[in-house]
Ligand binder design. Structure first.
Ligand SMILES: [Zn+2]
Length: 143
């Protein structure tokens, strides 16, 4: 229903006037690499600060979540693997996850959600607006 769009300024919904959301990607650190797509990425690095995390990424960080726990990954003698999660000593913390944004992509350029696009369409139709396809079909009905 919704289509992403690029804009230099944050677009507002043509129905409710609300700001339209940015399309962000979530990056998790200190993880085994399971996903890496447009939406979510797991990274094995363990950055301690936002600046360290930013150096690992090619898009600006919008928000950061820290944690006081760290997971270490180990291998047993039989070759099987296990993970161990512990508190970071001395009250330390690390970056758990961040969201990044390319600086220009929004969920949509005109509407904050599909219902508002529909509501806007109904409003326009009620006030007499229509498409060329509609006009053509009505003309054909009358001839
Ligand atoms: Zn809206």
């Amino acid at each position: 229903m919704l289509y992403h769009g690029k804009s230099q300024t944050q677009p507002r919904c043509h129905y409710c006037g609300g700001k339209i959301k940015k399309v962000t990607k979530t990056v998790y650190f200190n993880r085994v690499r399971r996903s890496d797509d447009d939406w979510v990425s797991d990274r094995t690095e363990v950055p301690r600060t936002k600046e360290e995390a930013q150096r690992l990424l090619n898009m600006p960080i919008l928000s950061v979540r820290y944690t006081d726990q760290i997971t270490t990954y180990h291998k047993r003698e039989d070759g099987s693997r296990y993970a161990k999660t512990e508190y970071i000593p001395d009250g330390g913390k690390r970056v758990d996850k961040v969201s990044v944004w390319d600086g220009e992509t929004y969920e949509n350029l005109y509407f904050c959600n599909g219902n508002h696009a529909i509501a806007f369409g109904v409003l326009m139709a009620k006030s007499g607006h229509c498409t060329k396809a509609y006009n053509k079909a009505v003309r054909e009905d009358q001839s």
